[in-house]
Design a protein around this ligand. Structure first.
Ligand code: PBG
Length: 325
């Protein structure tokens, strides 16, 4: 009897054959590494829910950057952890704010590194919301002004890319015109275009001390049940002048990554968020999974889904592991 079927296994017969037909690859340039810079001195606090991730003060930044550069990582995203907070998050747009100080330092000592500044207020506001609060409401248009001030002061400090993450409507339009008016026509906007209201941000809020003091972020971040809404969000950001589109979180939203990749022509960035990191770390520490294999599979899955870039706390480990392969 002559059977008719296809021998898919021919292309899997050896490691070399598999390498020959591999469709996606990971490289150091794919990664953006998040840094938490804390005001103060001689601080190197491991975030309890994120083993291997540290809040560092400025005096530790040079060592950290040397390691990042030596691994071949080309880009970092900066989050600030200020010592004092207030109602309108002044630390976010202060000329001597911690992100501005760290940006100036990195651009002076490591000019080839791309500094992405996360543009948000929640780390700097006493109420922990990402905008201006009145009663129990987060006001949209009033928040835009502060966001523009933050973006311009980050660009003045030398930030290469502005990454607004607060999910107010019109933030790309407002920041684009603010940057242009201030002379920063060449500074791109990496918009957190599609940001879901997610439980996976829990550990980040420990790291950045940005938990909302009342309510939640559901009036500005997206409902996890929605798919078309992601396309509407991305579309308006493209129209307003975004240069990159972020989808966040990563793991539970790879369908959205593919949708955004298929529908728009801008580079797509996936944020492999804190909770995704912590889950894998916890399982690895318990010996339940092989951390290296799991992480590389996760990251290649993100590229396969359509990511051009990945913001990930695993960046340093991943680059080391890739070199071992
Ligand atoms: C700030 C911001 C958050 C994250 C990145 N920027 C937290 C939030 O929206 O509550 C989360 C990143 C992570 O979980 O790794 N708005």
């Amino acid at each position: 009897m002559e059977l008719q079927f296809t021998r898919h296994r021919r292309l899997r017969t050896s490691a070399s054959m598999r390498a020959l037909v591999r469709e996606n690859h990971l490289k150091a340039e794919d990664f953006i590494y998040p840094l938490f810079i804390v005001e103060g001195e001689n601080i190197q606090n491991e975030v309890s829910s994120m083993p291997g991730v540290f809040q560092i003060s400025m005096d530790h930044l040079e060592n950290e950057m040397q390691e990042i550069v030596s691994l071949g990582i080309k880009s970092v995203i900066l989050f600030g952890v200020p010592q004092t907070k207030d109602e309108c998050g002044q630390g976010a747009y202060h000329d001597h704010g911690i992100v501005q100080v760290a940006t100036r330092f990195i651009k002076e000592k490591f000019p080839e590194i791309i500094v992405v500044a996360d543009t948000c207020l929640c780390e700097y506001t006493s109420h922990g919301h990402c905008g201006v609060v009145e009663g129990d409401k987060v006001l949209n248009d009033e928040s835009l002004e502060l966001l523009v001030k933050t973006a311009v002061s980050q660009a003045q400090a030398g930030a290469d890319i502005i990454a607004p993450s607060n999910m107010m409507d019109g933030f790309v339009a407002a920041i684009r015109s603010g940057l242009d008016e201030a002379g920063f026509i060449d500074v791109p906007i990496m918009s957190y275009a599609v940001k879901y209201s997610s439980a996976f941000y829990g550990p980040f809020r420990d790291a950045a001390d940005s938990t909302p003091q009342f309510g939640d972020r559901k009036t500005y971040q997206m409902d996890p049940a929605n798919r078309l809404e992601a396309l509407r969000e991305a579309e308006s950001d493209v129209e307003e002048g975004a240069d990159f589109l972020i989808v966040k979180p990563g793991m539970p939203y790879l369908d959205i990554v593919r949708d955004v990749k298929n529908n728009f022509k801008l580079p797509v960035v996936v944020y492999n968020v804190s909770g995704e990191y912590s889950m894998i770390k916890a399982a690895a520490i318990n010996g339940w999974i092989d951390e290296k294999k799991t992480v590389l599979e996760l990251l290649i899955g993100m590229k396969r889904a359509g990511a051009d870039l990945i913001i990930t706390y695993f960046a340093k480990d991943a680059v080391r592991w890739l070199a071992e392969e």
